[in-house]
Design a protein around this ligand. Structure first.
Ligand SMILES: [Zn+2]
Length: 341
């Protein structure tokens, strides 16, 4: 039994499973549709026996990549709680509470290996994602530094809603964020009974439709190309972060940032705000996960940015559990073999 993280970001679990980048193993897993987790998907479809993902991830990839790119009998959709068996290994998905369709992976053989993928534990102040007991825990380390704590996380949603309502009194409001956060924020706007219509670019519109098919609830939203949108002079615009500098001149601009740790809402200048809104676990949540999962060893993902080295040290210091970042910072290729439970 072994765990590795390749230099290309493939998280290798047990004998047969490669997650989130291509590796010539029989089973490829895509934990979610963010670009740093779908690397080498075409190659995996060509060379692996099965490519596992949740139904929502498959439907999102149809839009983010193309219909053709996920039109293969090798793609096997697995719902949360369902199990897929290959040789003597049993693989189960659990919600990761990161973006719609995102999954944690449990691989069971004689030991239990859990790969969290990108995750967060809390939504609107409630513990939402399952923490899965493990022997080896492979975890996201985006905010693996003691300075990356959002101690005010319970206040963020309420402060965001207040800001949007107040800003709407002054005119149009644009909100900028990454895919996944935009969908979550539209659900929050809807739940808060803000009835101002929402305009989104065509690609985001199609993603919203997928999210609705998979159970998310939104109010009135329109594609920016639609006739309804063209006639509106008061609305909320939900746009990808990349368009922030081009769109929304004269309107209130709100940026959803995962890198604000000092306060829930920061005013940057007149009519410009940053809201501390992340879809990743902060430092406290990472430690909480370890405490609840009770692994015998921890691997921190040192490939996708963040603080994997610091997180591993903190875990060992606080829990007395062996922990290490992979790939290791000083090697081109790192392999950890023979973990025994
Ligand atoms: Zn992600």
């Amino acid at each position: 039994m072994e765990v590795e993280i390749d230099q290309n970001g493939a998280v290798l679990l047990g004998k047969n499973v490669a997650c989130d980048a291509h590796c010539p193993k029989p089973i490829r897993v895509v934990t979610h549709s963010h670009f740093d987790h779908i690397g080498g998907l075409d190659e995996s479809i060509a060379h692996c026996e099965k490519v596992l993902m949740t139904p929502a991830t498959r439907d999102l990839l149809e839009i983010l990549k193309s219909k053709k790119s996920v039109d293969s009998p090798k793609i096997h959709c697995l719902r949360y709680g369902e199990t897929f068996e290959y040789e003597n290994e049993k693989l189960t998905f659990f919600s990761a509470n990161h973006i719609i369709g995102s999954a944690q992976v449990l691989l069971e053989s004689d030991i239990r290996i859990v790969y969290t993928g990108d995750f967060k534990l809390y939504r609107g102040g409630s513990l939402t994602a399952p923490t899965i007991p493990s022997d080896i825990l492979v975890m996201d380390a985006t905010y693996g530094n003691p300075h990356r704590r959002r101690t005010f996380k319970n206040e963020i949603t309420a402060r965001f809603i207040d800001l949007v309502k107040k800003s709407l009194e002054a005119g149009i409001v644009y909100i900028f964020g990454y895919y996944g956060k935009l969908q979550e924020i539209l659900e929050i706007i809807h739940t808060a009974d803000i009835e101002t219509p929402v305009i989104v670019p065509e690609k985001v519109f199609k993603m919203m439709q997928v999210c609705e098919r998979h159970g998310m609830k939104f109010g009135n939203y329109f594609s920016s190309k639609s006739e309804e949108a063209k006639g509106l002079d008061h609305f909320i615009g939900l746009y990808h972060m990349g368009s922030k500098q081009w769109i929304g001149k004269g309107a209130t601009k709100i940026t959803l940032s995962g890198w604000e740790f000092d306060m829930p809402v920061r005013q940057e200048r007149a009519k410009e705000f940053t809201v501390a809104f992340s879809d990743h676990a902060d430092f406290d949540e990472l430690l909480q996960y370890v405490g609840l999962s009770k692994p015998k060893r921890v691997i921190t993902d040192n490939k996708r940015g963040g603080d994997a080295v610091t997180l591993a040290k903190e875990i060992t210091k606080r829990f007395g559990i062996p922990a290490e970042p992979l790939p290791s910072s000083d090697s081109m290729s790192s392999v950890v073999k023979g973990f025994s439970a």
